[in-house]
Design a protein around this ligand. Structure first.
Ligand SMILES: N[C@@H](CCC(=O)N[C@@H](CS)C(=O)NCC(=O)O)C(=O)O
Length: 244
């Protein structure tokens, strides 16, 4: 039995297409399917990237995050989302998916700056911390919210301390970090992931993100962008305790 619902919400490219951004025919002939959940911050990064890059895709929802078969996760052997299918080819990992989408879109590098383009160790450190906090949020959600393990266990106290430490570090530097990113640019994976992390902490409050004023201001600004407005966090179908 498949737990991937091909409810196939078709997510068209943004209406205000700027044809100068990509060569005519980019993406032509490729059928794209993104498998994930609307409540998943990694999935949101990939969906925002696709919308920003004006790449059309079909969105397939995974129903059971605790399933133990790759089949449930669109063939991902590590049982993770998101997965991007380009025809029969599967791409795993949010960063790789963003890079693949950018190549498919034909957009130049400054439309979506990838971590590999960053030549600044402070920004690279910041990106590493954002990925780490996103994974810590998954650990907490799977362990405490879903697995009902005790939040005061030493393991989860460390997970929480790690998220708080990262948020404090980022909060003290986010203004500087944005200036250090390559310019001009339209967007970057660093900004997409930082926004998705902060907004996810509002949606599923593992820690009180309101304590981090600079990060909240950054997230408030990003929340107005079309790719953010098109991908709000939500629990797909019936609210499920299995959502992260
Ligand atoms: N390194 C992966 C991590 C993806 C990830 O952890 N996704 C979460 C959903 S937000 C997930 O699949 N959780 C289920 C699990 O960890 O078992 C990526 O970059 O895509």
């Amino acid at each position: 039995m498949s737990s991937v619902s091909i409810s196939t919400v078709f997510e068209p490219a943004r209406a205000e297409r700027d044809e100068s951004r990509r060569p005519p025919g980019a993406q032509r002939g490729h059928h794209l399917r993104m498998t994930g959940r609307s409540s998943s911050h990694y999935t949101r990064v990939a969906r925002m990237a696709a919308h920003h890059l004006e790449v059309e895709f079909e969105f397939a929802v995974v129903d059971d995050l605790l399933a133990l078969t790759p089949h449930t996760f669109a063939g991902h052997p590590g049982l993770k989302i998101p997965v991007l299918h380009v025809g029969d080819v599967a791409i795993w990992g949010t960063e790789a998916i963003c890079g693949h989408l950018r190549r498919l879109s034909g957009a130049p590098a400054q439309v979506l700056v990838m971590p590999a383009q960053i030549d600044d160790h402070v920004v690279s450190n910041a990106q590493e911390l954002v990925w780490q906090a996103m994974q810590a949020q998954v650990q907490w959600r799977l362990g405490v919210s879903i697995g009902k393990l005790p939040p005061d266990h030493a393991y989860f106290r460390k997970v929480q301390a790690s998220i708080e430490g990262i948020l404090a570090w980022l909060d003290a530097r986010v203004v500087d970090l944005l200036e250090r990113l390559p310019a001009p640019r339209e967007a970057s994976v660093f900004e997409l992931t930082t926004f998705a992390l902060v907004d996810h902490l509002r949606f599923c409050p593992t820690v009180d993100v309101r304590r981090y004023a600079q990060l909240c201001q950054f997230a408030d600004r990003w929340a107005n962008r079309p790719e953010a407005r098109l991908t709000p966090y939500a629990f797909d179908r019936q609210p499920s305790p299995l959502s992260t």
